[in-house]
Write a new protein. Structure first.
Length: 709
């Protein structure tokens, strides 16, 4: 309160020279202070000082100090701050006065302050070490400037080291260190990416010199990180032909919550195993399969390695844990080759025989029925089968390929007789050729098979010749076969067959049974069977072969008169009757054989040039019979001849031949010596036939004992 003795004067107040402005009710002034060794002092500057509050002077002369809580708090227990101010007054006449005012502020103790712990400073992130720790600094202040001490509250005690949860917290002044339990390090390592666990909760206390404390909770968080999966690549070795290689890669991931996946790669090919779907990748030599559990199987699929050759192939296996962790290793497979057998291919449609061999470097050779084929480009090889010859020709452009064709039926007696037996047994008429393909290795080095060739009955010789099999005639019930205009082959079976060659140079085979073979036109070849057959060559120069029975052979007309040709008759075994024609070559064979000279004389065989070869062309015949007429016509066996001519032949147990003459005829005997040195007794008589008298001559060769012909 201010007073002016001059009543009615208007007064103006000021604080440290700062007047209350017109219209305003007060004036204020900021108070700043600083501390030095002697205590607290006020100052007019705010730089480097503490703001203590506002000193206010009111218009009515009252004043007050509004202390700033934060600033005043800097005053320690019992410390004082004196704020000195001068209050001035003036009236309208210009009179002034000042008074000193002192405001004393006395400090009390303030509690220290501690900042909450930042989460980053209390999180221990796994680094994989067996001993792991984190460190930090406690952030605490005391406005009173008191020295602070730091503790960990443990129940009712204050300690500087305490274990809780999974580790131990230790204080060193305001610095702290948390050390993870070594026993828990593996658990933290297995925790996995971003998974957290409480490591321990500690109450940290800050105390000033007056025992006033402040606390904060230091909560340790243990944070896991992702660890890459691991596995060891197996070293694999396999020999061609061995069972597939199997095993498990055994990938592990210490992160317990991680699930690993497997993938494979070879070159540009890759695959991933998922659920029930396996990863399958083809290498050069084999296939590697891997399932979602890491089970693998390696199977060889390419067997190109030759015997003892070695190779490797490499697959890359990658394991991922789904959290960004991955590991890759090469799986190397060592392969040892063994010999693989060649594989033969027979294409019946194209008549091609070929072969392949997966073993690199192997050279293949082909043989058929034991004959190696000529492998030169377009080289040919003729191979004999059971009934004929098959020609093989090497392909011009493709290695290890041959074409077969041009099967030629063997028309020899042996071949036709076997073919007849095949037919008689009810079998198909086929010729079979056995082939072998070899790669030169003794073990597992061959492939074999057969080629079956249907014997072409419509064109056996490539010239239109047919092959006919005797069939039953539905009208006569006889078994017959008749050739055509070509060079045909006619085959009888087990029945009594009748075969007609027709035109062309035919081959007739009687087979079993009593057969009649007629060569007819052409230069034919007739083969008797084993039961006594009748063979008639017909026109042309024919070859007739008797069998083991007593056969009748008549070559028929020949071309001797025009070109000197003639028939060839071979009686074979048995007591045969052979008919002589001009220019024929006769061989009776074994047994006692008779030669018929129809419409001529035996003498002419020794002396008549018109019979050409005469006796020189006759061998193996013991008896020759001739009549001047037709008495011998249509006679085909010795019994019929004996009844007509009175001449009979018998063979003794010692193989000797005896000739008997009918005593009802008068016989005269002369001797003839042939140019080949053989000596013959010629017996002559005359017989009476239906057509008149005929001269009969019987020539009997002088034989030694057991000289049966």
């Amino acid at each position: 309160m201010t007073y002016d003795v001059d009543a009615g004067d208007s007064l103006t107040l000021n604080l440290n020279g700062h007047a209350i402005a017109s219209g305003s009710t007060s004036v204020t002034e900021a108070v700043y202070a600083y501390r030095d060794a002697s205590g607290w002092h006020t100052t007019n500057t705010s730089s480097g000082t503490v703001y203590m509050g506002l000193l206010e002077l009111n218009k009515d002369g009252t004043y007050n100090f509004q202390g700033d809580k934060g600033g005043i708090a800097h005053l320690a227990e019992g410390e004082t701050l004196t704020i000195d101010a001068r209050i001035g007054v003036s009236d309208a006449a210009g009179a002034t006065d000042t008074a000193k005012v002192a405001v004393t502020v006395t400090g009390t103790n303030d509690s220290p302050k501690m900042e909450a712990f930042d989460a980053d400073a209390t999180t221990l992130t796994d680094n994989g070490a067996s001993v792991q720790s984190l460190s930090g600094t406690i952030s605490a202040t005391d406005v009173d400037g008191d020295t602070l001490t730091y503790y960990i509250r443990s129940g009712g005690k204050y300690v500087t080291e305490l274990h809780d949860g999974h580790g131990t917290l230790k204080l060193d002044g305001k610095n702290y260190t948390y050390t993870l339990d070594a026993a828990y390090a593996k658990s933290l390592e297995a925790q996995g990416k971003d998974v957290t666990t409480e490591g321990g909760a500690f109450t940290v206390v800050t105390v000033d010199k007056y025992g006033v404390e402040t606390s904060q909770t230091l909560a340790i968080t243990l944070k896991g990180v992702n660890n890459d999966p691991t596995f060891t690549a197996p070293s694999l070795s396999i020999v061609e032909g061995a069972s597939p290689l199997t095993g498990n890669l055994g990938a592990v991931d210490m992160d317990t919550n991680d699930a690993v996946t497997y993938s494979l790669a070879y070159g540009t090919s890759s695959a991933t195993a998922s659920g029930a779907t396996n990863a399958v990748v083809e290498g050069h030599y084999g296939q590697l399969t891997l399932d979602a559990s890491g089970n693998y199987k390696y199977t060889l699929t390419n067997h190109e390695l030759a015997q003892g050759a070695k190779a490797t192939e490499t697959f890359t296996v990658t394991v991922k844990d789904g959290q960004g962790g991955t590991v890759s290793h090469d799986v190397v497979v060592n392969i040892t080759g063994t010999n693989d057998a060649p594989v033969a291919h027979l294409d019946a449609a194209s008549h091609a025989l070929s072969a392949t061999d997966v073993d690199l470097g192997d050279h293949l050779t082909f043989s058929v029925n034991g004959h190696e084929l000529n492998a030169a480009a377009q080289g040919t090889t003729e191979v004999h089968g059971a009934f004929g010859t098959l020609t093989f020709t090497a392909d011009e452009t493709h290695k290890d390929m041959f074409f077969y064709g041009d099967y030629k039926l063997d028309s020899s007696y042996d071949s036709i007789s076997k073919l007849a037996a095949l037919h008689d047994a009810g079998s198909d008429l086929k010729d079979t050729f056995s082939y072998t393909v070899s790669d030169g290795h003794s073990t597992n080095g061959q492939a074999s098979g057969t080629i079956s060739v249907d014997i072409n009955t419509d064109n056996w010789d490539g010239q239109g010749g047919h092959l006919f099999i005797a069939q039953e005639n539905s009208a006569t019930h006889a078994y017959e076969a008749a050739g055509g205009a070509g060079s045909d082959i006619l085959i009888g079976g087990s029945h009594d067959d009748i075969l007609y060659g027709g035109a062309g140079d035919d081959i007739l085979y009687g087979g079993a049974g009593h057969n009649q073979l007629y060569g007819e036109d052409g230069n034919d070849t007739l083969y008797a069977g084993n039961a006594g057959d009748h063979l008639y060559g017909g026109a042309g120069n024919d070859h007739l072969y008797g069998g083991t029975g007593s056969d009748f052979l008549d070559g028929g007309a020949n071309t001797f008169a025009t070109d000197g040709g003639g028939n060839h008759l071979y009686g074979g075994a048995g007591n045969d009757v052979l008919v002589f024609h001009q220019g024929d070559t006769i061989d009776g064979g074994s047994g006692t054989d008779m030669l018929l000279v129809k419409g001529g004389s035996v003498d002419a065989l020794f002396t008549g040039a018109e019979h050409a070869k005469g006796v020189d062309g006759i061998t193996g015949v013991e008896v020759m019979v001739s009549t001047s007429g037709d008495a011998l016509n249509n006679l085909t066996d010795m019994a019929e001849i004996a009844s007509k001519t009175g001449v009979s032949i018998s063979t003794g147990s010692d193989g000797s031949t005896a000739v008997s003459f009918d005593a009802s005829h008068t016989w005269t005997t002369t001797t003839q010596t042939a140019s080949n040195g053989t000596v013959w007794d010629v017996h002559s008589t005359t017989i009476t036939t239906d057509s008149g008298s005929e001269a009969v001559q019987v020539a009997v060769q002088h034989l030694t004992t057991n000289q049966g012909g």
